[in-house]
Design a protein around this ligand. Structure first.
Ligand code: FES
Length: 337
């Protein structure tokens, strides 16, 4: 039954303890007399047991520190290279105690193999202890349970339902599209009608100038003249003449042809009104004398206002054939102004 191998720390502690104990009487007490915590191999015991003379003289190796790592390594190498010569002169007792450990750590070196370096030997000793410790203390990772694959649902039924739903929606949309278009057109038409009705509720307003207006004093219209000042704006000629029944009168003639309603032109050189439409002609007093016009031009109301101005009133008309030119509202006596 093999005993557990001592670690490097144990070997060093043992060697230092031996050194400490042998400091005063190393020559009188043999190393073998000290109790060893571990039992080294037989070869190592043989190397350590005889108290050789060099052991009693630690000063034989003044370069190496007693009990140091260098001593131990030197002893190990000596044990490997020189076989079992335990009587080597240089090793210290501590080195001699370390020999069995090195022999146990590297048995192949003694058979003539190349000497390992210091680092290799230390790593070998530490590596074994560390690997053993790690192997003893490393937890075993539990194996992950393998889950069964998730079955994939067959999409055939769902896709079929979706396809049927799309077809149904398309059919409904196709059926209702004309209805939607029709209702939209009807709504647009109703809106247009409503807007037209609202516009109809607001009738057109024709803003016309007032029918009564002042044209200035009678002196602005000398005898024998036809004024076209108000023709464009008011559609009347202001005539001051004595060509009608020999009376000096001022009156206003409407510029509307009695044939079909055209506007005649006053021809100053010919002293007549000439209708451009059908050639009707009127004298300066408004009596028709040529063309298709059936009757004289019409007068509009005229009076002398309180401020001394002539005031025209187009809201009333006077027709000569009706004897209305005799109405005093159809003229102003020119001899009085
Ligand atoms: Fe004046 Fe016919 S409208 S002549």
């Amino acid at each position: 039954m093999s005993e557990p191998k001592p670690s490097t720390a144990d070997i060093l502690a043992k060697i230092r303890a031996q050194k400490t104990g042998a400091g005063g009487n190393a020559a009188s007490e043999p190393v073998a007399a000290t109790p060893a915590p571990a039992t080294p191999p037989v070869e190592a015991q043989a190397a350590v047991a005889p108290p050789a003379a060099p052991v009693a003289k630690p000063k034989a190796t003044p370069a190496a520190k007693p009990g140091s790592t260098s001593d131990i390594l030197a002893a190990i190498r000596a044990a490997k290279g020189g076989g079992a010569s335990a009587t080597a002169a240089t090793p210290s007792p501590a080195a001699q105690a370390a020999v069995p450990v090195a022999a146990a750590a590297k048995p192949a070196v003694a058979s003539g193999a190349p000497k390992p370096s210091v680092e290799e030997m230390l790593n070998a000793v530490r590596g074994k202890a560390a690997s053993a410790e790690v192997a003893a203390t490393a937890p075993v990772a539990p194996a992950k349970p393998t889950l069964p694959p998730i079955p994939v649902k067959p999409p055939a039924a769902k896709d079929k339902k979706a396809a049927v739903g799309v077809d149904r929606r398309s059919f409904v949309a196709a059926c209702f599209a004309p209805v939607v278009v029709g209702f939209s057109a009807m709504a647009a038409t109703s809106l247009i009608w409503l807007l037209d009705l609202a516009r109809f509720m607001f009738p057109n307003v024709l803003v016309e100038p007032p029918t009564a207006f002042k044209i200035g004093p009678p002196s602005d219209y000398p005898l024998g003249g036809v004024s076209t000042k108000w023709l464009a704006a008011r559609g009347v000629w202001i005539v001051h003449t004595d060509q009608y029944k020999g009376r000096n009168l001022i009156y206003a003639l409407a510029s509307v042809c009695t044939h079909l309603g055209c506007t005649p032109n006053w021809l100053e050189g010919e002293q007549k009104y000439k209708c451009p439409c059908h050639g009707s002609g009127f004298y300066v007093n408004g009596i028709n004398f040529e063309g298709p016009a059936p009757r004289p031009l019409e007068r509009v109301g005229l009076k002398l206002a309180a401020d001394g101005q002539l005031e025209v009133d187009k809201s009333v008309k006077f027709q000569e054939e009706m004897g209305q030119w005799e109405d005093s509202n159809s003229y102003v006596d020119g001899s009085l102004v």
